[in-house]
Write a protein that binds this ligand. Structure first.
Ligand SMILES: N[C@@H](CCC(=O)N[C@@H](CS)C(=O)NCC(=O)O)C(=O)O
Length: 220
């Protein structure tokens, strides 16, 4: 059976977790707290970069969440989470990459502010809000009247972007100006895979405290 190294809060792991559930794939979950077990030799032998998610399929190990999603899509093609039509496929890929390369780096100063770490001057926070607004406007126009990105059914683009965009209100970013995205977030949140993987407020609090401690330790 597939082994999935998971974490309760991380959006990097949640995108894999939701994909496994959407595809109804059987898997064994190994839940990490990220309070040091990722640095143990046994795990470093699996992922020398000490990150989750990791997927282990017999003796084949896949690290990097987007690579894991591609592996799952190729190995378990039904239900399809990638469209075949070229333009739709391009939309899904753009949404995945823009989430990882633009949106997540844009959000980091806001997360650091919530955690009370790092440099978060008003100027940096404003740059962050601007970057997020650019991404949201791009997503809003590419979603248009469609229920999901590049597809009438949920796609990997929805899973990768949705796990991040649905977190924005908790970081003080409202989606009021983006009615299509609001409807899309609502649709995603109704899906059972999303409900099963939604972290509790207590789990988020515990995670923020662990991260804060480990960042303080790294500084010393
Ligand atoms: N690019 C990687 C990022 C994975 C990542 O940063 N995972 C974090 C959790 S969100 C982690 O494992 N952090 C622990 C560490 O680096 O020691 C992916 O997409 O899989």
């Amino acid at each position: 059976m597939l082994k999935f190294y998971n974490h309760a809060i991380s959006w990097n792991t949640r995108r894999v977790w939701i994909t496994l559930l959407e595809k109804e794939i059987e898997f064994e979950e190994i839940r990490f707290k990220l309070d040091g077990e990722q640095m143990q030799p046994d795990f470093l032998a699996i992922n020398p970069f000490h990150h989750v998610p990791v997927l282990v399929d017999d003796d084949f190990k896949v690290v990097e969440s987007l690579a894991i999603l591609d592996y799952l899509e190729a190995k378990y093609p039904e239900p399809a989470l990638l469209p075949r039509e070229p333009q739709n496929l391009a939309v899904v890929r753009m949404v995945e990459m823009i989430t990882v390369n633009e949106l997540v780096p844009g959000i980091m100063p806001l997360i650091q502010q919530v955690m009370g770490i790092g440099e978060h001057s008003e100027e940096r926070l404003e740059q962050s809000r601007q970057k997020i607004a650019t991404v949201l406007a791009f997503f809003e126009s590419h979603l248009g009247d469609n229920p999901y990105f590049g597809s009438n059914s949920v796609s990997l683009g929805d899973i990768v972007a949705g796990t991040v965009v649905t977190r924005l209100p908790s970081l003080g970013i409202t989606l009021e100006e983006y009615p299509q995205l609001q409807g899309w977030c609502h649709r995603l949140s109704q899906r059972s895979a999303w409900q099963k993987t939604e972290p509790s407020p207590e789990a988020i609090k515990a995670f923020l405290s662990t991260m804060k401690k480990s960042m303080k330790m790294q500084k010393q």
